[in-house]
Design a protein around this ligand. Sequence first.
Ligand SMILES: Cc1cc2nc3c(=O)[nH]c(=O)nc-3n(C[C@H](O)[C@H](O)[C@H](O)COP(=O)(O)OP(=O)(O)OC[C@H]3O[C@@H](n4cnc5c(N)ncnc54)[C@H](O)[C@@H]3O)c2cc1C
Length: 458
Amino acid sequence: MDQPSLEQFRASLRGELIQSGDPGYHDARKVYNGMIDKHPRLIVRCVDTADVIYAVNFARENGLLVAIRGGGHNGGGLGTCDDGLVIDLSRMKGVHVDPVAGEARVQGGAIWGEVDHATHAFGMGVPCGFISTTGVGGLTLGGGIGYLTRTYGLTIDNLLAADVVLADGRLVKASAQENPDLFWALRGGGGNFGVVTSFLFRLQPVKTVYAGPTLWPLEQAADVLRAYRQFIVQAPDDINGFFAFLVVPPAPMFPEHLHLQKMCGIVWCCTAPPEKAEAALKPMRSFGKPAFDHVGPFPFPILQSLFDGLYPPGLQWYWRADFVKEISDEAVARHVEHGSRLPTMFSTMHLYPIDGAAHRVGKNDTAFSYRDATFAEVIVGVDPDPANKEKITNWCKEYFDALHPYSAGGAYVNFMMDEGQDRVKAAFRDNYARLAQIKKKYDPSNFFRVNQNIQPGG
Ligand SMILES: Cc1cc2nc3c(=O)[nH]c(=O)nc-3n(C[C@H](O)[C@H](O)[C@H](O)COP(=O)(O)OP(=O)(O)OC[C@H]3O[C@@H](n4cnc5c(N)ncnc54)[C@H](O)[C@@H]3O)c2cc1C
């Protein structure tokens, strides 16, 4: 990479090229997880598709490793790399809502809060995750599990088309009609196939949801988890609620005597009308002796951003995850044992239901394989203090090791750290071979390899 070609590249961009040593480099290289400390050689803050094409071509011609950064939230830090070029999409945030067609076009660097804001005005939304600060790009391409999964399916079940810049610099469309193999692979296969500059989503009716947390003391956790595993799979699709072990944050929403108490809970999100939701939730909300129950009407974007303040960028995060078909009594016991030992106030364990509408898509219909799992389990050790890195990591690994034997075998790619090829294959099961063929067709040199990597198949 010589200086004249670098200058020529800079001049071709409408966005910004940041090099190590430039003012602002230190801030520009940061990602959400404070545990990740990588030093890319170049960061390109693209503002349009042309910038993305120039960046892909420049990296390819100069043999540079490429990382794609959407929202920068990836736990394993897959939105950045050492010594390579980061295609940073964070300036490409446009959201265009077409209420008549019931569709939203979203640029590849938007975060979910921006989509919620734009769609809520029309009483519509795109099924996404559980926090508004996550990137649309990474979350969607891995599958997208969230508050509305049981009602409207995964995020990818609401994806209609994507514009993709391939490794050779061509821009192509992927949809059911155009490049359907690529469209299949994008729905779960992550950032393996190219840079998605824009997503086209089907909108769903969602405005005010009946939502909020119910919390129980830890002594009731085994009974609550046993009741929950039965309750949720029998609940109608418009009832969503994830189970958690958590430490009650010292926030005004919670009574002071509960602050910093370790508890278990369910966070609800129902699209059913309030009376119907109230009746449907009653058996669970009145189960045992809840210590706190704060369920009522929430504008969807407010629910989505409930945890934003608790989890600002820069905290230390260590993740482990698995899909789960059934939660046996032994698994309940292991959960209570490890969930009772949350190492810090920010650490947590969530069990997200992924049945309902998400089960009505076949396990080979999209690259996302685990349509037969009932829950996505995620264990996260989190703390602001780097000195607690080992403490949160060890707790997370021990919890995972204790529960892994009760799992379906693989994990949701978006909840994985850098865990090696076997874990990537376990995430895709029999879809891996087809993904490898599609990778070979669209990215034969494995140019896009800073991801949960699918290797071009022979
Ligand atoms: C606090 C927190 C909460 C979360 N909650 C949820 C949740 O509720 N549901 C859920 O499903 N997941 C959740 N996740 C996981 C999240 O989906 C992944 O971390 C995801 O990778 C984040 O996407 P991003 O664009 O922000 O990440 P980035 O770090 O920017 O990118 C991650 C990966 O995605 C690829 N990528 C990103 N954008 C593009 C693009 N436009 N084109 C091609 N490739 C792209 C990159 O190659 C990279 O490998 C959460 C993560 C965090 C940290």
